[in-house]
Design a protein around this ligand. Structure first.
Ligand code: DC
Length: 220
């Protein structure tokens, strides 16, 4: 099986770029952030603080997490409930960043991620795919963009959905999450030594997809 590891900070467009590239190549796209989000959603739903390691560990004992592909789109199920449409709120985003600092949470998700790459050609995106989850991936890319560009894109996305949020608040959230994700002790966000850095600050979405697809094709 062929595996592509794509890591990078939040809002760099990893998921949408990877999804398009995977469709073009006939690979599956695994958005691993959705797994952390699903666990955070489940914690919040059960009234558990996403920084409370002890209660989270207890909750994991009764938690089953699955990935399914419905019409080519990734769906995440927690104890049989499809939570895909419920995990994109700002509260869940920060909750996911909180729980992802915890070792037992990361271990809990490791086998599922590796199994998917053993059985499929994958483009897997996250924070530690090239460094921890798939250290032998065939290609590793670190996809990034400046915090300002990422905030600008998020601002526009929200406007399109009819939600208005101040640009400065979005930028602050992005900077906070970047700091938290890259300064944690376990599996912090950082480019793998053998990754190629792709900065999308000045390139369009379509050109980002093209670039990533070409890089993969060159390795196939
Ligand atoms: O990619 P995302 O924004 O959906 O990820 C949500 C959070 O999950 C992110 O802030 C950090 C965490 N995460 C992680 O620690 N490791 C991954 N492989 C993917 C996500």
């Amino acid at each position: 099986m062929f595996s592509v590891a794509i890591d990078g900070p939040s809002g760099a467009g990893k998921s949408s770029v990877c999804k398009c590239a995977a469709d073009k190549l006939g690979f599956i796209h695994v958005d691993t952030g959705a797994l952390y989000r699903a666990l955070a959603y489940n914690a919040l739903k059960n009234g558990i603080n996403t920084n409370d390691e002890i209660l989270l560990e207890k909750l994991l004992k009764t938690t089953k997490i699955e990935i399914q592909y419905i019409n080519g789109l990734q769906a995440v199920l927690v104890n049989g409930e499809n939570v895909t449409d419920k995990i994109r709120s700002e509260e869940v985003s920060m909750g996911a960043s909180n729980i992802s600092k915890i070792g037992i949470i990361r271990d809990f998700l490791l086998d599922l991620q590796r199994e998917l790459a053993e059985k499929n050609n994958v483009i897997m995106d996250g924070r530690d795919i090239g460094t921890v989850v798939l250290p032998n991936a065939d290609l590793k890319i670190f996809l990034t963009a400046s915090p300002e560009k990422r905030a600008e894109r998020r601002f526009k996305q929200l406007l399109e959905k009819g939600e208005k949020k101040e640009y400065n608040v979005i930028l602050e959230d992005i900077i906070k999450r970047d700091y938290q994700d890259s300064h944690r002790e376990i599996a912090p966000l950082k480019p793998a030594g053998d990754s190629v850095i792709v900065d999308t600050s000045e390139i369009s979405f379509e050109d980002s997809v093209l670039k990533i697809t070409e890089m993969i094709e060159a390795k196939l």
